[in-house]
Design a protein around this ligand. Structure first.
Ligand code: PRP
Length: 283
């Protein structure tokens, strides 16, 4: 039985549940529930406070956890990162009020910086030989300069809208983060079979999210030109059409390349181009 910790509320909750369900785990996540048995996999879900999760994994109370890399870095725990998950991408940044000038990190020498990430900030300041006072605040950090509590802040930025609304400018990105799957070192050994099975399922789902399935019709004389445009996992599948001298090509392309590839395929005579999402890719 593996114990998997996820956030009980907050930004990672919905995506974590969605990912586990796409991995085939049948989970009862009723409101206010702190623990749930998975009905069709030897696992139990623990719904925990974000900031506690790294310690629970380190101590072996949870075997696995889905959590932001930023939280793990801040808590300075010894746990294994098994897989990056591609969601909850954000950055930990230093920002200063719009009406103050900022040229480099040395401008913060002797200043006050408010943050919920004191350890990560301290490391960054030490690396840059800047001596500043770190004020620990556990939420609404962006308000600190406007109420006279600090000269700068260091907090998570995702869309940037909280900084904008508080008249702050992002000056230094000190850590880039996304959600990841972490594991307790002993559990990775003792519960190897179940852990490997879950990691395998998760990587198949995560990989599928990065790609699209493409299929289109193409005159046979243009198959080589079309194949050259498609990077795919392997070479494209070619299926002859009933109509003479035409074929259907099937392949897999990266999300980010989709529109470029469609434009290029049109130029070599592709027709009836279909693009669809995939739920799993097993390589
Ligand atoms: C986080 C973070 C920022 C905000 C940034 O807070 O602390 O305040 O998101 O996001 P944005 O760049 O998209 O505006 P969150 O809402 O997660 O709550 P928290 O204050 O409890 O951390």
């Amino acid at each position: 039985m593996i114990k998997i910790a996820i956030q009980k509320s907050g930004r990672l909750f919905d995506e974590s549940i969605k990912l586990l369900k796409e991995c085939g785990l049948s989970i009862d996540n009723g409101k206010g529930q702190l623990k749930a048995q998975v009905r069709n996999f030897p696992a139990e879900i623990l719904y925990l406070r974000n900031s506690d999760i790294p310690f629970y994994v380190e101590q072996g109370i949870a075997d696995l956890a889905i959590i932001g890399q930023n939280v793990v870095a801040e808590k300075e725990v010894q746990i294994e990162e098994l897989l990056t998950l591609g969601f909850s991408k954000c950055r930990l940044s230093i920002a200063t009020p719009r009406n103050t000038s900022y040229h480099s990190i040395t401008d913060l020498q002797g200043k006050r910086i408010a943050t919920s990430y004191p350890a990560t900030l301290k490391q960054y300041l030490e690396k840059n030989k800047v001596d500043a006072a770190i004020h620990l605040i556990n939420g609404s950090v962006e308000i600190a300069p406007s109420i006279g509590l600090a000269d700068a802040i260091c907090d998570l930025v995702s869309s940037g809208s909280t900084l904008f609304k508080n008249n702050l400018i992002e000056n230094e990105v000190i850590f880039k983060s996304q959600a990841a799957l972490y594991g307790n070192k002993d559990a990775l050994d003792k519960k190897k079979t179940d852990v490997e099975q879950l990691v395998f399922r998760m990587s198949s789902v995560i990989r599928a999210r990065q790609y699209k399935y493409i299929l289109f019709n193409i005159p046979n004389k243009s198959i080589d030109a079309a194949s050259a445009i498609l990077p795919g996992l392997k070479s494209p599948t070619i299926v002859p059409l009933i109509e003479d001298d035409w074929s259907s090509l099937h392949s897999v392309i990266k999300n980010d390349d989709t529109w470029d590839i469609i434009d290029q395929l049109k130029q070599v005579g592709a027709q009836g181009i279909l693009i669809s999402d995939m739920s799993k890719i097993v390589v």
